[in-house]
Design a protein around this ligand. Structure first.
Ligand code: UD1
Length: 354
């Protein structure tokens, strides 16, 4: 059997790591195509290096552009690659423009399409990710869902027959890397063993692209009563520059986007996380770090149970959310036991379309 994975953005490299390992142990031929959506060393190659992911077989080097141009360029470039390999499954991950482009390319060529991390919904149609995931789920022949909530969304949309619950592959990686960095700490710009600190990331257009809103977010973090390490995505840096907002102010120290083991190590020592990332909300929940999510909604609703994650759409509420008492409720394990990639790979084998 031959699987062709299409990835392009940072969180997809994390998801690819355990899937590539699982497919390898099952002797499945695996072709990896990188669209080039993310291309900086610390947004792309560092993930391949630190998570021991095989280098991509093809890099389309599409780079940054408007949503339409970027998605269209990927779609055009993917056609010949998919035709050349004609895999048994085109496997797409998550909800980025790379996901949608590959979903359309596979559908147009009548190639079986599987969507990993299917069924997540924010129900916020302003988010590009929401369009990407809805369109991809409805094009897919197989929806590999991370949670029961995701399965329920897919069932309500009439996709139950194509759905399989496999668990969350990011949990597989997190558990493995957390154990590894505990055993063997990595060098990092974020010191461990010092005073308590908050780990922050902000990169969503709704937070970065509006001058007023970005200024309030930065002010709230700068005024915190403890150190804040802000791992700065290029989009955040670009908009802060454009609006003359100084990120390194007050309590904030910026650091470049973190390689995955550095991120997990920082999480292991942080007292709180402030973020608008989907993945980081979930990683913090799994590591038992209380989180403030600077968004009106979340796809990972399980993290809200017991107050571990609190939605804080108004950024002036960030300081009070960060200083709230640490939750005492026991956390469930809604994201699986760390075997989601193996289950996903087995499902691809079992549901292969002849
Ligand atoms: C993308 C995904 C988002 C995901 C995020 C993870 C879409 C629509 N969004 O958002 O779901 O959470 O990745 O990081 O696919 N840039 C660089 N170097 C890079 C990559 C980007 O400088 O290696 C800059 C460019 O100015 C670019 C901007 O960041 O225009 C945004 O990059 P883009 O890939 O369009 O979206 P993200 O905001 O990263």
């Amino acid at each position: 059997m031959k699987v062709l994975s299409v990835v392009g953005a940072r969180p997809q490299f994390v998801k690819l790591a355990p899937v590539a390992a699982a497919l390898a142990t099952m002797s499945v031929e695996h072709v990896v195509v990188h669209t080039g959506q993310h291309y900086d060393q610390n947004m792309s190659q560092s993930f391949f290096d630190t998570l021991a992911i095989p280098d991509p077989d093809v890099n389309l080097e599409v780079g940054s552009a408007s949503h339409a141009e970027q998605t269209g360029a990927m779609l055009a470039a993917l056609g010949p690659v998919l035709e050349q390999h004609r895999p048994d499954w085109v496997l797409v991950y998550g909800d980025t423009n790379s996901t949608l482009a590959a979903a359309i390319a596979a559908t147009k060529l009548h190639l079986p399409l599987a969507h990993l991390e299917a069924g997540l919904r924010s129900f916020n149609r302003r988010m590009p990710e929401e369009h990407n995931r809805v369109l991809t789920d409805h094009s897919a022949d197989l929806c590999l869902a991370p949670t029961q909530v995701a399965v329920d969304h897919l069932r309500r949309e009439g996709l139950a027959d194509r759905t399989a619950l496999v668990g969350d592959v990011m949990t597989d990686v997190l558990l493995r890397v957390a154990a590894a960095v505990r055993e063997d700490p990595v060098d990092s710009p974020i010191p461990t063993g010092g005073p308590p600190f908050v780990l922050a990331t902000i990169h969503r257009p709704d937070n970065t692209d509006d001058r007023e809103r970005l200024a309030v977010i930065v002010d709230s973090l700068a005024g915190m009563d403890r150190a804040v390490y802000l791992a700065a995505h290029p989009r955040l840096v670009a908009y802060a520059d454009r609006y003359n907002i100084t990120l390194d102010s007050g309590s904030i120290t910026t650091v470049p986007p973190l390689a995955y083991p550095r991120l997990v190590q920082a999480l292991g020592h942080a007292t709180h996380v402030v973020t608008d990332s989907g993945g980081l909300q979930k990683e913090a929940f799994l590591m038992g770090v209380p989180t403030t999510t600077v968004r009106p909604e979340t796809e990972w609703v399980e993290t809200l149970a017991g107050g571990w994650n609190v939605l804080t759409p108004d950024p002036t509420d960030i300081p009070s959310s960060v200083t709230r008492p640490r939750p005492t409720t026991k956390r469930d394990a809604p994201y699986g036991a760390g075997d989601a990639a193996v289950r996903a790979a087995q499902t691809l084998i079992d549901r292969r379309i002849a």
